[in-house]
Ligand binder design. Structure first.
Ligand code: GLN
Length: 487
């Protein structure tokens, strides 16, 4: 563990008081060149484009233009977010040659605000996984200990921030893929409310669950990035048209009378003792800050994993039908007829986990099983949401562990998909219910791995969520630690 990390606000101030975006970008690129071979956070850095963009931001600033506080800050993007003219592979062989002809909405917003896109990060293929091991280009490693996984599926983005390759990153969260890798890598990860951030240009995994969100070294950084990407976009029919708060301005205002809910279901079997201890300590931190702690129950959360994997796989089987070698994606070279061409292209293009999910989803949607599986899952999903609606009548945020364990080792879980699925227990309900959720660093295991704390809030309450998380961050120093960067 090394010295305290510079905060996002200190970084913004440095850029506003003379440090150039070019020098900051160059130092990030140098760090990637010298250290990413050991981490493998990036599918591809974007060196030339980033330096050119940085020079243009410097020019605008020197000309006296007032720029967004994010202007000049390098950001890494998960490689399922489309970038015009730059390959977007989803870490899949299927899309290894896909060069999008357009930018995702969030990328347009970032460019307009002057953020510097520094590269595309590794993920579990098509965002299916919790470890970044299901990647066609090989796994990403956890910067705190390279024998361990960074979590997933946005493991490359989380590792890039933890390893200080980029101060900010974007990921996507369908069942925990921002929050869980944030917790494994000791950084902050925010999943916004479903509908808050446009998914235009995000390669779809499970469309009723997917959401784009920020990674940062601290809660302020998540607020800064959230402000830039949130808001209505008519090109995503699920994007909600309502005002977006200015979280960067309010994030340091503590909440008075905060009510923190603690659900008994979040402390069940399988919870690592050190994670449990860190979570209980966090409850005491909130109590000492004047919050009221309220005991809760979320009785349907025991169905969340089954419901999630039915819905996510069903939607994935439908979304991934477009990769047939004709509409999109890799086409096999050898085939005897058209059906054979589809089969061979998909067999060659997809990895094992993607195939497993397409098969599970196709089965759950097939006639005769649809009512018993998919439709039933939708009904239970509603009950899970009802539990949260009732809880948020009594509390402002719900506190829990992010993951039941600190980062596992690379390879430790990969031959047991069910075990991997079960580890998503604390994050997936937020996606099923559409809620915003954040993971903040809240401790270290005895073996030196970060532990994350999750807070959930009612839909569209990101401002309150960020302020509540920031209160914890300010009262502790977990977010200011970083791994030794000498490997
Ligand atoms: N681990 C979950 C899954 O494998 C979540 C993935 C995600 O959020 N993209 O589906």
């Amino acid at each position: 563990m090394s010295t305290l990390m510079e905060s996002t606000r200190e970084l913004v101030q440095r850029l506003q008081s003379g440090e150039t975006a070019v020098s900051l970008t160059q130092s990030c690129l140098n760090a990637i060149t010298s250290r990413d071979a050991a981490i493998h956070a990036f599918v591809r850095p974007i060196a030339d484009g980033a330096l050119a963009d940085a020079a243009s931001v410097d020019g605008r600033r020197q000309a006296g233009e007032t720029l967004s506080p994010i202007a000049g800050i390098p950001i890494a993007l998960k490689d399922n977010i489309c970038t015009q003219g730059v390959a977007t592979t989803c870490s899949s062989r299927m899309l290894e040659d896909f060069i999008p002809p357009y930018d995702a909405h969030v990328v347009t917003r970032l460019r307009e605000a002057g953020a510097i896109i520094i590269g595309k990060t590794n993920l579990d293929e098509f965002a299916m996984g919790s470890s970044t091991e299901n990647s066609a280009i090989g796994p990403t490693r956890n910067p705190w200990n390279t024998a361990h996984a960074p979590g997933g599926s946005s493991g490359g983005s989380a590792a890039a921030v933890a390893a200080q390759f980029a101060p900010l990153a974007l990921g996507s969260d369908t069942g925990g893929s921002i929050r869980q890798p944030a917790s494994f890598c000791g950084v902050v990860g925010l999943k916004p409310t479903y509908g808050r951030v446009s998914r235009y240009g995000l390669v779809a995994y499970a469309s009723s669950l997917d959401q784009i969100g920020p990674f940062a070294r601290d809660v302020e950084g998540a607020a800064l990035l959230f402000d830039v990407i949130a808001g209505h976009d008519e090109r995503d029919s699920t994007s909600v048209n309502r005002p977006v708060p200015k979280c960067w301005d309010t994030v340091n205002q503590p909440l008075t009378g905060l009510r923190v809910g603690v659900a008994k279901e979040h402390f069940g079997a399988g919870l690592d003792t050190e994670v449990e201890a860190a979570t209980r300590k966090a409850i005491e931190v909130y109590r000492s800050l004047g919050a009221t702690i309220v005991d809760l129950s979320l009785p349907h959360s025991k169905y969340a994993i089954a419901v999630y994997y039915l819905i996510a796989c069903s939607e994935a089987s439908s979304n991934l039908a477009r990769y047939d070698g004709v509409h999109y994606g890799h086409r096999a070279e050898k085939f005897s007829n058209m059906i054979d061409m589809y089969k061979a292209s998909r067999a060659e293009g997809f990895g094992a986990e993607v195939k497993r999910r397409v098969m599970l989803g196709t089965y759950a949607l097939s006639s005769g099983y649809y009512d018993a599986y998919y439709l039933k899952a939708l009904k239970v999903r509603r009950l899970i949401r009802n539990d949260f609606d009732a809880a948020f009548e009594k509390v402002d945020v719900i506190l829990s562990p992010t993951s039941p364990m600190p980062a596992f080792k690379v390879g430790e879980m990969s031959d047991d998909p069910l075990k991997m699925y079960l580890a998503d227990i604390y994050t997936i309900s937020a996606n099923l219910a559409g809620l915003p959720g954040i993971s903040v660093p809240a401790g270290m295991s005895s073996s030196g791995l970060p532990i994350g704390l999750q807070l959930l809030a009612a839909p569209f309450e990101e401002e309150r969520l960020l302020r509540a998380a920031r209160m914890f961050e300010n009262a502790t120093d977990w977010s200011r630690r970083s791994p030794e960067l000498n490997h």
